[in-house]
Structure formats: structure tokens, C-alpha cells
Design a protein around this ligand. Structure first.
Ligand SMILES: *Cc1c(COP(=O)(O)O)cnc(C)c1O
Length: 389
């Protein structure tokens, strides 16, 4: 049954397809991470990384998953029992909140319906009602990968400022960095958390923290236990081109190549490409007569689209048919969305015809699964791609 020719379509919203250029760059001998050649690599890599985060601040690189970078952001800046405010946007904000609780923080969640981003007004109100400044950090997932909703980080920043509150702003950009416009410095973010395997077009295995001056100052008195995640020895070793423990050398070769590709295309063009593919995807979904999960048009994600199925239809059954018949993987519904949504990843190494193939597979899969759709979704997307060059 399973098709054997051609490439697998990996259209989950991360890990994403790794470009051949990046794969080739990683297929090189591992070098001595304490030697001069490695120092040259680090010294060229770190400055090239800043623009992708929109920062001139240091960016710490870990051999880790994104979850590790979440933990690093918290344990470097906070102390046991500190209160953190997290906007509930979906499964990933929930997991970050659970992690914060496990490392000893006092977590307060601003409830959400998993169809919208963090409400900046709710953040502002909560901070205004905290005259004793017990809240030490506000945590926002920029692009909630379980729902396809992008929170309005600049508006959250403005709400914190309007309340005159000193809380740190920690932002997860794991599925937005290098896909959706993001500016660590300009938006006044204190720690930006990122990972290698989504917009950066690399395999899983690197975690990142971009660190503001205010976060760096906070780290000097932060009392949560930390060792592996401690910024200080990493920043100190980085200055000489090294790391305090063995880095993921071959992933760093890949990172160098991926950053070169992003620089060649230009970040504004990269962001516009993602928005265009997202808009074409929504045109298809609407023409099919299905619903996009994101309920606020200001918050549509450029990285992925979560599609709601009519009641009585199982999104995982659709995904299974698409995998078996067309060799394409789509994102499953996570947490409370299990079975009711599937997610189309359109981020990273991706072009018009990748999207056309993806949506062709989705349309046929929906029909084979007996989901009642109107035909023409694929055509609507193609028209959008043709006309919105
Ligand atoms: C993928 C993802 C994570 C988790 O990253 P891991 O590498 O699986 O630990 C966290 N947050 C967001 C928004 C993500 O998309």
C-alpha cells in the first residue's frame, strides 16, 4: 500500500524538512571542540545568530531540545517560590507552566480557550493588581504550535510597561523563530527561547536562549539550582570560542549553513513567504467548508494551520489515511484537541509547490476519510499562490 517513490512529506509543524545543503554541511568530520578550528566556527556563528533573534545581546546555545531551553530560561533568572504568570494558549504553554511548577516556581495561569493568543489586557490587569511586585516573570509562547495561534508579543510588552511592572518577559519562539517576524531587542524581551528543529531548518538537538541585559543582571542573584543550564560558564567560554562541555559540533555546522540560507533569502522575505503560504492554506480550508482553529485574524500563524473537523469525524483517522496513501505526516491534535484537529506545518524549508503537494494530499485524504468537504480548496490555494506573488 505504502508508496515507495519520491520523498516523504514531513508536514508536521516541527521537526521540519532539512534542506540538502544543511544535511551536506553536517556530513563532515567532527573536530576537536577544544581546538583552534572550532573556536573559529563559534566566533563566526554567534554574531550571525543575533539577527535571526533581532538582537545584539548574547545568545546561548545548548545541546538540547526546546524543553531544555525552557528550563534554562527559568532557572537562570528566578528563585524558588518566585511567582510567574503564564498565558494559557494551548498544549505548549501548559507544558511550560508544568515545568515551571516542577522547578519550584509559583505558577499563575491566565486561562485561555486554545483558540486565541495571550490577552495583553488580561496581563496588564493582573500586573496592575500586583502592587507588591510578587510576579517576577511573564511567560508567553509566541507561536502556540498546538493551535496555530501567534500571540501579540509587542502588545504584551506594552501592557507590562503600562502597568509599570518590573517583571521579566520570557518568550518561547520555538516554532516562530526564522518563520514569523520576531524582535528580541525592539520588543523588550528578556529571554527568548528557541530550538533548532522548526524554522531554523535543522534536525532536533539545539536549544537557544537570547539573554537581555536585565535577564543577565537577574541571573546573578537568581537562586534556583542550575548547573548544566547555567549561562555564566557558557558565556565565559563562548568569548574564547568554546563551550564548557561538549557542544553538538555537527549541528553547529548545520546551523552555520542554515543561517547562510536565511541571510541569502533575507529575513523579511522569509517572513513574507510564511505568511503567504499560511494565507493560501486558509483559503483552501475555508473553501473546503472547514474551520481554522485560530479565532482571531490578527493572530493567524505563519508557521502552521490547525484545522477543525466537523463533529463525528476523527482527525487522526484522516492523518492515518494520508500517511498510508500519500506518505505524508501531518501534526496530530495535542492535549484537549486530540482527535478534533489536525495541523498542517508550512514552515522552514518550504515553497509553493511543497504547499500545493501538501494541500493536494490533505484534500484527497479528507475525501477518502468521508469528511464532507466542498471541492475546490486546492484550487483556491493555487489561485492565491499564483496571484499573490
Ligand atoms: C516544539 C515546541 C516545544 C518543545 O520543543 P522540544 O524540542 O520538543 O522540547 C516547545 N514550545 C513550542 C512552541 C514548540 O513548538
Amino acid at each position: 500500500m505504502s508508496p515507495t517513490g519520491g520523498r516523504h512529506f514531513l508536514q508536521i509543524p516541527g521537526p521540519t524538512n532539512v534542506p540538502d545543503r544543511v544535511l551536506r554541511a553536517m556530513a563532515a568530520p567532527t573536530i576537536d571542540h577544544r581546538g583552534p578550528e572550532f573556536a573559529e566556527l563559534t566566533k563566526a556563528l554567534l554574531p550571525a545568530l543575533g539577527p535571526v533573534f533581532g538582537t545584539t545581546a548574547p545568545v546561548v546555545i545548548y545541546p538540547s531540545s526546546g524543553t531544555g531551553a525552557w528550563e534554562a530560561a527559568l532557572v537562570n533568572t528566578l528563585s524558588p517560590g518566585d511567582r510567574v504568570l503564564i498565558g494559557e494558549t494551548g498544549q505548549f504553554s501548559t507544558l511550560w507552566a508544568e515545568l515551571a511548577g516542577r522547578v519550584g516556581l509559583d505558577v499563575e495561569v491566565i486561562p485561555g480557550d486554545w483558540r486565541r493568543g495571550v490577552d495583553p489586557a488580561a496581563v496588564g490587569q493582573r500586573l496592575a493588581a500586583d502592587p507588591e511586585r510578587t510576579i517576577k516573570a511573564v511567560c508567553v509562547v509566541h507561536n502556540e504550535t498546538s493551535t496555530g495561534v501567534t500571540s501579540r508579543v509587542p502588545e504584551v510588552r506594552a501592557a507590562i510597561d503600562a502597568a509599570g511592572h518590573p517583571a521579566l518577559l520570557l518568550v518561547d519562539t520555538i516554532s516562530s523563530l526564522a518563520s514569523i517576524d520576531y524582535r528580541h531587542d525592539e520588543w523588550g524581551v528578556d529571554v527568548t527561547v528557541a530550538g533548532s528543529q522548526k524554522g531554523l531548518m535543522l534536525p532536533p538537538g539545539l536549544g537557544f536562549n537570547a539573554v537581555s541585559e536585565k535577564a543577565l543582571v537577574a541571573s546573578r542573584s537568581a537562586g534556583l539550582p542550575r548547573s548544566y543550564w547555567d549561562w555564566a560558564p557558557i558565556l565565559e567560554a563562548n568569548a574564547r570560542g568554546f563551550f564548557p562541555y561538549t557542544p553538538a559540533t555537527n549541528l553547529l555546522y548545520g546551523l552555520r549553513e542554515a543561517l547562510a540560507m536565511l541571510a541569502e533569502e533575507g529575513l523579511p522575505a522569509v517572513f513574507a513567504r510564511h505568511q503567504r503560504h499560511a494565507a493560501a492554506t486558509r483559503a483552501a480550508v475555508r473553501t473546503w467548508g472547514l474551520e481554522v482553529l485560530c479565532a482571531d485574524e490578527r493572530e493567524y500563524s505563519g508557521s502552521l494551520t490547525a484545522v477543525l473537523l466537523p463533529t463525528g469525524h476523527d482527525a487522526d483517522a484522516v492523518r492515518r489515511i494520508i500517511l498510508e496513501r500519500f506518505d505524508m505526516s501531518l501534526g496530530t491534535g495535542l492535549g484537549r484537541l486530540a482527535g478534533t484537529v489536525f495541523r498542517i506545518g508550512h514552515l522552514g524549508h518550504f515553497n509553493d509547490l511543497t504547499l500545493a503537494g501538501t494541500l493536494a494530499g490533505v484534500q484527497m485524504g479528507l475525501q477518502l476519510a468521508g469528511v464532507p468537504i466542498k471541492p475546490g480548496g486546492l484550487d483556491a490555494a493555487l489561485e492565491h499562490l499564483r496571484d499573490a506573488g
